[in-house]
Design a protein around this ligand. Sequence first.
Ligand SMILES: [Zn+2]
Length: 462
Amino acid sequence: MIKFYNSLKKKLEKFSPIEEKRVKIYSCGPTVYDYAHIGNFRSYIFSDLLRRFLKYKGYKISHVMNITDVDDKTIHKAQREGKSLQQFTKEYTEAFFHDLRTLNIEEVEFYPRATEHIDDMVRLIKKLERKELTYISEGSVYFNISRFRKYGNLSGVDLGGMKKGSRVDHDEYKKDDIKDFVLWKAKKQGEPFWNTVYGEGRPGWHIECSAMSMKYLGPTLDIHTGGVDLIFPHHENEIAQSEGATGKPFVRYWLHCAHLIVEGEKMSKSKNNFFTLRDLLKKGYTPRAIRYLLLSVHYRKQLNFTEKSAKAATAAVLKIQNFYDTVKELRPDNKKNHGVQNKLRPFLINFDRELENDLNISPALASLFDFIHMTNRFIIEQKITEKDKGFILKTLKRIDNILGILQEKESVPEEVLALVNEREEARKSKDFKKADRIRDEVIKKGFVIEDTKEGARVKKIE
Ligand SMILES: [Zn+2]
């Protein structure tokens, strides 16, 4: 039985989607005004883990992640850099997709761009207008939150102190600044605009997600994900807009991912502890290690990104990869059945059970390492049969469908293999100078040599 912690109900709930075999997920995606930072990627890796796990459980997935390519931030930064909004956001959108591939985050089914859905947003605002949930002031359209009874249910904000009819035009604002929020902003000098029934202007940020999620997934989604910082006002406003328009429940399970901090402190550019994925790669961390690190802490717990934890993640990934490579290379000549599979199966069951429990990743990973540990013992004791080997590899592959960290060995080009052999010869004849020179040549070709007891191994440099 799968259970998720639903932020709306503030408790663990049994998960069952509307359709028996399909799960509809919406994840708030990036605002493409800069490179995404590792706090953002924590949230995207969380939604990746979620969808991979649900697929593993046999569900088909319809997953939408929006690309916010028009809002306050994109407009202002494009202006500062003297670029058109389109040209400016295109660069960061491409960078975003590049980073997703680097981190082996699965492509979702839909990536709608806000600027390509202006008509859908206007239609949704019209619907809200017909239900008398909006008003117009100085050419902008606002959502009248006093007309939406359930406002505040998700975030628990207190509406008591709110002055009726006070408005906010910014996309982002704080909990102590609850106001009627903007759906459509009248055109301002020098800003991009669209000509619609509401005149020249542009959408507010919040309406983007309501319009695009319902366009692709219908009025009610199974799961909506995002970082905890989006609960107010963004998700609260999404609920108001969507339920206000349709009268139906918008989201059945709200899943929110906690913050990421760096060396115990909040990330900030002024503190010099603000990292994009690119920054970390420059520091020498591998994409798989970063992925593992962002994945390995339960999504509702704060993640403290430290030098130490990054090293531990690197070691963990290496351990799993080496184990996989070792098993693949096994040539078992043992034919006797020692009950290996029966002894290993409980670890897989445990792995599965832990993830069913609100994606409880740490004990799930612990089961994986127990599995590795026990298998290694069987290997040493030569108890593995060819069939066991097949079972172990299949199990690892299944687990990795969720974790996404294993890599198949790249085939090494002939010329590199020739160099490696030449280096072995040089080492044997104690010509270490020559051996080092060849090693450097191999590195230049993008490969690295590891000397093991079984001789030299070549790996592609990530
Ligand atoms: Zn959103």
